[in-house]
Design a binder for this molecule. Structure first.
Ligand SMILES: Nc1ncnc2c1ncn2[C@@H]1O[C@H](COP(=O)(O)OP(=O)(O)OP(=O)(O)O)[C@@H](O)[C@H]1O
Ligand SMILES: [Mg+2]
Length: 455
């Protein structure tokens, strides 16, 4: 850490400024102070300031609005926001606006120093630029589409991977939470050590405690031998606590102690064991509302969400769908040893329009099935519709009151039924309630003849 680094404290509370100044000056930093953001913005123009401690609640211009202006004036400046416990949601918003991290009031001098050191460690790492996509993400297994939301997520991942910060990943089912946790581990200095997954919803409480922390021989009926818990197995690596909202208040208390003390105690023992484990938790629940309902400890929530990462649902980042589509198509063609050359435009449109309630997992499964079922070198609309997609996307769906001409619906519908009947015109005609000759005429009119020729 450079002794000459300059730090600016922006806070209207004199006592906070004083205590931060004392700690930071003692650590060898050059410290500047401002009691509001306007003054702070002026100071960063006048001095070579590397890091700003920014209170979110300020008179005149509040911290949240000032944050982008600090970044605008000096894009490589690190901003650590200071916030009260009650405004933790705004801390999350601040991270999205480019804050490096946040400190919740009240914080100790040690907490301040850890955070500042972490920022300066990161300062020496190459900056991530928005415009060098996609090469920038080529070392990720995850497919990263062009959506700003995902780029932002991956940027945060890059910043936090080298650190030991605890991370909370939120997002609907199938958005890639586990995959993201694996990426973080893979890009961390811990990548040679284990990545241990714990499904917090899977076990009854008594077994769960021993699963996490281990037990000593004879500690309960069935404990025939001493067992290492998952935390011990993960030593030196990362533990992924999946579906964290499911853990009982009793285990929550124990987990909180592990995070604070970095040591575990096996069931039936009183001997604490030191563990060096990075914790990543995930949930598809709204943990803040679990806190309000009293099913999740507030202090644990804050300890876990040092860096919160939200994975947006697929329907909010439709621009990523073509990239995922390409990826899964390749993957499953290779697996099924098939060559699918093209995705017909109407299939593509259907895939883009669909809401994907099961997110990326559903998209992946849909493509896998469609590839397996495909007969020719095209993905087939009927195969997709047959497997559920049609419940949302049908030939009759209209967008915002724009109605289609009857002929178009007729054409699409005949095509769907024809495909579902594998091109068999007799069966298709029967289903449609028209005679075969009429069907043939319509096929000709709508140019629906399959290249290989129907039956
Ligand atoms: N960006 C991505 N690129 C490629 N594959 C992805 C991506 N995101 C998710 N997947 C795939 O989607 C599937 C679901 O991902 P994952 O299991 O990580 O989701 P999840 O959020 O943990 O879901 P759940 O809440 O149901 O456990 C996996 O097969 C994963 O490989
Ligand atoms: Mg999961």
């Amino acid at each position: 850490m450079s002794k000459k680094s300059h730090i600016l404290i922006v806070d209207d509370e004199e006592s906070i400024r004083d205590s931060c100044r004392q700690v930071l000056t003692r650590a060898g930093f050059r410290v500047w102070e401002a009691n509001d953001a306007v003054q702070g913005l002026q100071l960063i123009e006048e001095h070579p300031i590397d890091l700003v401690l920014l209170d979110l609640k300020l008179p005149r211009l509040n911290g949240m609005d000032a944050l982008p202006r600090f970044k605008e004036k000096k894009p490589d400046i690190f901003v650590i926001v200071i916030t009260g416990y009650a405004t933790i949601e705004s801390a999350v918003e601040a991270m999205k606006k480019g804050a490096f991290d946040y400190l919740a009031k009240p914080f100790t001098p040690q907490e301040l120093m850890v955070m500042v050191e972490k920022a300066f460690q990161n300062k020496n790492k190459p900056e991530i630029k928005e415009d060098n996509f996609p090469e920038d993400f080529s070392d990720f297994d995850m497919v990263v589409g062009p959506s700003p939301a995902m780029k932002r997520v991956l940027e945060i991942v890059r910043r936090v991977s080298p650190t030991d910060s605890t991370i909370l990943i939120t997002g609907e089912s199938g958005t890639g939470k586990e995959l993201l946790a694996r990426e973080i581990h893979k890009h961390s200095p811990r990548h040679h050590a284990p990545f241990v997954v714990v499904d917090c919803g899977a076990l009854v409480e008594t077994l769960f405690e021993s699963e996490l922390f281990g037990h000593v021989k004879g500690s309960f009926t069935g404990a025939y031998a001493t067992k290492h818990g998952r935390f011990e197995v993960a030593n030196g690596g990362t533990i992924f606590l999946d579906e964290i909202s499911n853990i009982s208040l009793n285990i929550q208390a124990k987990l909180l102690r592990v995070i604070q003390e970095r040591e575990i105690t096996r069931v039936g023992s009183s001997q604490p064991i030191k563990v060096d484990v990075r914790i990543i938790a995930a949930t598809n629940q709204d943990l803040a509302s679990c806190v309000r309902q009293g099913t999740f400890r507030e202090d644990l929530f804050y300890r876990l969400s040092v860096v919160p990462i939200h994975l947006p649902p697929l329907r909010h980042r439709q621009e990523d769908i073509p990239f995922l589509l390409e990826h899964f198509l390749q993957k499953y063609c290779q697996k099924a040893k098939k060559k699918i050359k093209s995705i017909p435009p109407q299939v593509r449109t259907a895939l883009l329009k669909y809401e994907w309630p099961g997110n990326i997992r559903e998209l992946e499964n849909t493509i896998e099935r469609a590839v397996v079922l495909a007969r020719g070198e095209e993905l087939n609309m009927a195969d997709l519709i047959y497997h559920g997609l049609g419940s949302k996307y049908s030939p009759f769906s209209c967008q915002e009151g724009i109605f289609k001409p009857l002929e178009e619906i007729e054409k699409e519908y005949i095509k769907v039924v024809l495909e579902a009947q594998e091109g068999n015109k007799t069966r298709t005609a029967k289903i449609l309630g028209i005679d075969r000759k009429t069907l043939l005429a319509k096929i000709k009119k709508f140019d629906l003849e399959e290249k290989e020729g129907g039956k």
